[in-house]
Design a protein around this ligand. Sequence first.
Ligand code: C2E
Ligand code: CA
Ligand code: CA
Length: 501
Amino acid sequence: QPTKRDFEIELRAQHSDGNYLWILDKGAVVARAADGTPLRVSGTHLDITARKEAAEKMHRLAFYDVLTGLPNRFLLLDRLSEAVIDAGHASKIGALLFIDLDNFKQVNDARGHLVGDILLQHVAQRLATAMAPRHTVARLGGDEFVVLANPTSDDLDTGRLAAQQMAEQMQEALRAPFSVDGVMYHIGGSIGVTLFPKLGDTLDNLIREADTAMYWSKAKGRHGNIAFYETAMQVEAERKLSMEHDLQKAVAAQGFDLYIESKVDRHEQEIGGELLLRWTHPVHGAIGPTQFIPVAEACGQIIPLGNWVIEQACQALVQLQAVGCERTLSVNVSPRQLLQEGFVSQVRDTLGRTGALASQLIFEVTEGLFIENWEVTVPSMTELVAMGIRFSIDDFGTGYSSLAYLQRLPIHEIKIDRSFLKNIPGDAGNQAIVQAILAVARHLQLHVVAEGVETRTQLDFLVSSECACMQGYLFGGATPLSAWLSSIERVQQAHASRKRH
Ligand code: C2E
Ligand code: CA
Ligand code: CA
């Protein structure tokens, strides 16, 4: 558009080589007719492509995540502030969905950051394509993504429903495994949701609420949960945080105790024991492992803590060996440990340093370990088995209950979960399950332990069903490891002196 005044315009032109150039045209009217009509214009054409690209790059760096190309925290906050204002004006409800990937940290630790980065790019792409373009899918950093659902719902109930559906859509998008270098990874997501607008809520608060709800969804146990923010969660979140802090201190100070629960054969003869952690909190007193193990897993402290348990188990085995006692010791090993890079060599070192026999050590793992990230865990497991360590599947029957994988794994033993012993004998269903597990195990030549035996009738039923090994309160419950070791030493020494005389 020719102008009657001085002008300055930016144009995009296509070069004959096909590339686009940005040009800044500046012109000044240098001569006019008496009525003001411009007669002559003088000016410049400036190629500003480089400057334009640099500015665009700056903009991208400031508002988008470099790895995935998704909006970053800044842009998210920007859009969130608009959305909150819109929601207020239009009386509509929007949602903020915080997703944290399940298993990502383990894969990243075990397989390296290169694989981790590619996975994050794949995840970003899937999430972005699964969401309608009016919503914002952002990456906050690490394996944390946030979706901002623009306010369109008329009331809280429909807002909740819409957010729930969106969360499910996100999980659906992640359901199929991700392939990196021909290896398949199962990466699900736990999601926390908060709705807005809320009275007096700041933008940071909204993000924190969604984050808190996400933690809550993770704490529900198995992966892939969705939780909505509630005020009570904040209190709980603070409790968790302080527990993490206290755990860290306790791990550093080795402030834990080990107990042992006997494993007996059908004649009630002790053949070994399972080590169980105990924690006495300086203020809150005894805290059970069902409470602190998940926290230790979430904050990574399970790695040093788990190493400490294995170290203690090896030292105990050496003490047993010294008095000529043959008992196996079972140690609970968290998936996080097995997925940790260097776990196998750490165990090898501990065995070598202490002189404990690997053949006396049993690692108890849960079924979930094999379903997720099979490719990472099975090779580590195979190496440990080659060293002589045996594997046991804990809480068998409560997880994915797929017997099919058993024969493909280097498994020595399964432990029938104690829930199946409830009301036995009497409960026909449980009775049938226990007998079915025993039959399959016999067929696959697997050792079986029944956990949680509390009554003599349970024991009788198990013995008559040809279960070879049992554990539970009936056989004395857990005792401090040190006391257990000294009593064995006393018995062995008495035995030896009787032989001498
Ligand atoms: P788990 O491996 O299934 O351990 C058995 C749990 O059942 C123990 O609880 C034990 O005290 C309890 N128990 C034993 N006999 C009976 C019985 O007859 N009846 C009933 N009702 N319960 C019985 P605990 O010590 O509270 O441990 C809970 C869980 O914490 C363990 O479950 C295990 O998953 C975890 N855990 C304990 N120590 C460690 C550890 O060193 N490392 C890891 N990763 N996890 C551990
Ligand atoms: Ca166990
Ligand atoms: Ca168990």
